[in-house]
Design a protein around this ligand. Sequence first.
Ligand SMILES: C[S@@+](CC[C@H](N)C(=O)[O-])C[C@H]1O[C@@H](n2cnc3c(N)ncnc32)[C@H](O)[C@@H]1O
Length: 259
Amino acid sequence: MPKRHRIQFPPSNSEQLGQDEVFFTLMEDGEEKRLRFHDYEEIYQRPGLYEQLFYERLRCNSPEKVADLLQRALNTARESVTELRVIDLGAGNGMMGEVLKRDGVARLVGADIIPEARDAAYRDRSTVYDDYYVHDFASPDPDVLDEIREWRFNCLTCVAALGFGDIPPRAFFNAVKLVQTDGWLAFNIKETFLDPSENTGFSRLVRELIFSKYLDIYHLELYRHRLSMEGTQLFYYALVGRLTASIPEDFLEQHGIQD
Ligand SMILES: C[S@@+](CC[C@H](N)C(=O)[O-])C[C@H]1O[C@@H](n2cnc3c(N)ncnc32)[C@H](O)[C@@H]1O
């Protein structure tokens, strides 16, 4: 049994804070420690805390939802999940990886920007990933990219990690470029990212991709990603698409998309 943590939510007002500013208090060894939801380094170092917070208390079900839509897209294309060679970007401690591994993918490689994520994945889900890169895909090392390409990915997954001070457009784009033509993209995004009035680089990149000739959309579904701290429902889109052609290297520049 993983250790249970004593978590205390603040009395009120979390609704006024941005998703990356929301904080909670962790009671530990007789002391109170205030942590933000995006303090992943601190959270991953404590076995079971991430799961207890986001998956138990806030009822996140995004790995299952995105994996389910990916499976349905594969059914439509009459392809088998067992042939997927997946890069799981923003893999964290392996929640999405666990679902993909259970579903039987051929290869599964995690990627994240912080070493604490890889350490936690290897500690808590030691059999899930074939390999795990701690790397900044926004400014990747060409030698590392060459090494990563040897996995010949035909699928990219990215769950609960795009936008919001997490993965920026350039990093996501560079990871998408690691996927072969005909390969799959399966990810989720905040509901407002598809709103034309939202002008962040990331939401524009997703909209440009959706309407481009480089991606066929198989599923785009609005669903409940998780609860907020106040118990309100946070809706995200889950998207599964298939790359139809190689996206030009200067796609971001062509569309004036910056980080
Ligand atoms: C909310 S967690 C999601 C983890 C996992 N995918 C899940 O569904 O539970 C977001 C993850 O994105 C990672 N992340 C943030 N910025 C990143 C970047 N630029 N490149 C790669 N990973 C990043 C964080 O370190 C964190 O592990």
